[in-house]
Design a protein around this ligand. Structure first.
Ligand SMILES: Cc1cc2nc3c(=O)[nH]c(=O)nc-3n(C[C@H](O)[C@H](O)[C@H](O)COP(=O)(O)O)c2cc1C
Length: 179
């Protein structure tokens, strides 16, 4: 049994990213894992301001006291982290990027995470839209010596709910079962 955290980076409730994440979660739960979802919806998480106060503080506290405090706690016990993002201008959503940047904090050396996974959705029909996010994902795997838990990318989904019936939902469920 693994502790899995799925960070859903879309501010659109029940949007394509969340439905993709839910399919993954269904698969991961079906094989007995403990899965928690962190959604950016309703959270106030500022971007890193680069002050490096967390490097000087004995407990690596951030000067920003916001919802990231709860995220640090939840992420710290995860064996697996899955990032789910809509593509925003060829990158991850700004809301998710704030969370990722706030992990530039030495507190992360106490994290247990061994494996990462990626889920992403975009409106365009071209798979190349995911290139920059996949490059970032692979760089993070390499930098932190993490195992690749797999990725599912879904093109051609623009409006909320467009992903319904997409065979990639099954692929995400399967990724969850295998992770
Ligand atoms: C600010 C913004 C930027 C976007 N940029 C892109 C993009 O660069 N390429 C693309 O294919 N789709 C882009 N999209 C479309 C979303 O990726 C697409 O609608 C996706 O399904 C949204 O996921 P959601 O339903 O989980 O919010 C953008 C949407 C928004 C709101």
């Amino acid at each position: 049994m693994k502790n899995i955290i799925v960070i859903v980076g879309s501010p659109r409730k029940n949007g394509n990213t969340e439905l993709l994440a839910d399919a993954f979660i269904e698969g991961a739960c079906s094989t007995g894992n403990h899965v928690e979802k962190i959604s950016v919806i309703g959270k106030k998480i500022g971007g890193c301001i680069g002050c490096n106060a967390c490097y000087r503080d004995a407990e690596h506290r951030c000067v920003q006291h916001d919802d990231m405090e709860d995220c640090y706690r939840r992420i710290s016990i995860a064996d697996v982290i899955v990032i789910a993002t809509p593509i925003y201008f060829y990158g991850v959503s700004s809301q998710l990027k704030c969370i990722i940047d706030r992990l530039h904090n030495p507190i992360r050396s106490s994290f247990k995470v061994k494996k990462l996974g990626l889920l992403a959705a975009c409106a365009d029909e071209k798979e190349s839209v995911f290139d920059s996010v996949i490059t970032m994902y692979r760089a993070v795997l390499s930098c932190f010596s993490l195992d690749d838990g797999g990725m599912v990318t879904v093109c051609g989904v623009s409006e909320k709910g467009n992903i319904a019936g997409n065979p990639k939902l099954k692929a995400a469920e399967e990724m969850g079962r295998r992770i």
